[in-house]
Design a protein around this ligand. Sequence first.
Ligand code: FUC
Length: 812
Amino acid sequence: MNRFIGSMTAGLVAVTLRAEPAAEHLIWFDAPAAHFTQSCPLGNGRLGAMVFGGVEEERIVLNEGSLWSGSPQDADRPDAAAVLPEIRRLLLAGKNVEAEALVSANFTCAGRGSGFGNGARVPYGCYQVLGNLHLTFLPAGGAAGPVRHYRRELDLSEAVARVSFERDGVHYAREAFVSAPDQATVLRLTADQAGSLSLDVRLDRPERFETVAVGADGLQMTGQLDNGVDGKGMKYAACLRVLPSGGKVAAAGGALQVRGASEVVLLVTAATDIRSFAGRRSDDPLAMASNDLARAAAKPGAELRRAHVADYRSFFDRVGLRLGRADPAAATRPTPARLQALQSGAPDPGLMALYFNFGRYLLISASRPGGLPANLQGIWAEEIQTPWNADWHLNINVQMNYWPAEPGNLSDLAQPLFAFIASLQQPGAVTARKYYGARGWVAHVITNPWGFTAPGEGADWGATTTGSAWLCEHLWDHYLFTGDRAFLAWAYPILKGSAQFYADMLIEEPTHRWLVTAPSNSPENAFVLPDGRRAHLCLGATMDLQLLRYLFGACIEASRLLGTDEAFRQELAEKRARLAPTRIAADGRVMEWQEEYREDDPHHRHVSHLWGLYPGWEISPETTPALAAAARKTLDARGDGGPGWGLAHKLALWARLGDGDRAYQILCAQLRPAGEVGRITTTGGGTYPNLFDAHPPFQIDGNFGATAGIAEMLLQSRVDESQISNLKSEIFLLPALPAAWPEGAVTGLRARGGYEVDLAWQDGRLAEAAIRSTGGTAVTVRLGGSAVDLSLHAGERVRLDPALRRLGNGVD
Ligand code: FUC
């Protein structure tokens, strides 16, 4: 990864990066965690572990990514379509409140929906903690002197957590990782004096579990979750084995007792019998977890570690980021103190690089092919009832989780999202028919592993219909980044089914005869009608139409590229041309609705009508300067606050507007130490001590969104509509570099069209760029006002100087 940075530092352009190499890769603490937002999260995409690092009592929260209560249900109202004409008639007559009341009564989901975000015991279900591994240590020789030199760290360069301290002259160390190759959580305990490790080992969870000892050195925890109907939901199993060196181990009362060991390796495996996806599952989770355990236990610990680090680095090392001119003292502070210091005004670009690296780390740890997509908490949760069920929200949240995947060179880790989107087609087709009498498939605002595609249970938020259109953006964008035709052929039926749904559900509005979605809302936002009443339900929220322009455009181009569906392409082209355009209101802002309604909350957290600026591309300072100026006004009026994900979206939006300093300001707000851990607030934002994003509560989308936003500050890429057939793209180098990052280097970012880009800059200006084709052939590279056209063959790498002139022969 750092070859490029290395060559820079070797003298070519003498970029000096003062931060210690490891500082961008180390989150560390000088105390054990009091809450999981201080713990060190580990994961292999499916198994998760959060290391608290207590001295006497180590608690490791265990997770399994498919562990969901609930069960498949028919949440579609059979007679919903019958009321659709009346809902539309009322909306066309300006009777939004009455239309909303009708949606409430007849057009929400059947049953109890998500339980208003508390779905643990209804069929919707929720993602839950697998359990807790407790290690209770007995001090060597019975003494318990003061603890010295305590340190706990998460090393992002190897995906390993470590705890170390000294007590009564003995140096204790713990190391933990979650291996993808071996599907096991591995914990190694050492002490530098023989026989000093004595501990009790327990495995439990807050409910629905039974733990039994297996032989003298094993534990098995099994249980069945609530399906919301008769209590007989998903079955799960977790297996543990203790492998001590020296000393003795014995089972007593469902726990293990290790006495006088010099070193202990603990292995934990887990499985569920989730039936709704084709990933790693088993009808007999206990057998699966036991087999995994036996396989891992047969390998030497060093071999488990080697395989884990090699696997992890094959993802993590694809990108490197250094942000220079840090205060050298910054990196010597524990991470929570670094967050505090930044807030008191001490610049710390290295902390921002660390935060960026942590975002990539989290995606590698929470999303692996064959698994479910990263949920609202990735895979990390300590509760039975997780906030908002830790599900997949489709009105920004799950999409934001995958914003860093393509630019951050982790394209292959988006596979769980793609597979999940595919799985929504079948239930979504039933919903499309029952509610709208439409072809194709639709998903609304919330979904779970059980195929929930109906509207949510609240008309004010649950009626957004374009969740599925937004999901499809990821399919097309994957093609734009990779040029992978086989993928496009796989994804096309999904795009087509989605486009068919919207093509059928659009109606004509009477004023301009534009096509609009109906019913619609602008995610979760309310407006005030001329008579002073508040409503959410509307015709054609701006975001919907931006999404549909994108989706129809993608579908048209995909069908052309694949040489199929000419008639449908024609239908879409006609309808696309008639979609209501994005407009500017009298106050100079982008209109959020078709009418110039007053917002009920002018600082509302969603800025959905700027979807077309980011992640979409229909608004940009170069191609639509008036709309870009209106977007700027919109953002100014909405303010710089919000929950974590809201800040992350604003960060990316300012980056697209080319305002690096404003993006930087938002990033500083994102890194504000977050206090509250329990309560849900919609305006808090910030970052917990372990760098988890705070909504509050912990919600991982802000981590991923801000990671993508940082990438967007350094590199942007676009494929113009007219250039899609030959995938000719534009790449913007350092489009939003803030004054606070005068020097730095980044390697391995990906660009649309099929490119990998390395950049180094100093004194706030590009020093050198390298563009490698991963398949792309024609690209315009832009830097400020200059541009150069390159034509490359696959694998070719071109180095450019600050004037965008080619350097060398491109071979290195
Ligand atoms: C969306 C947001 C909320 C929250 C929830 C999980 O509905 O509006 O703020 O993030 O998802």
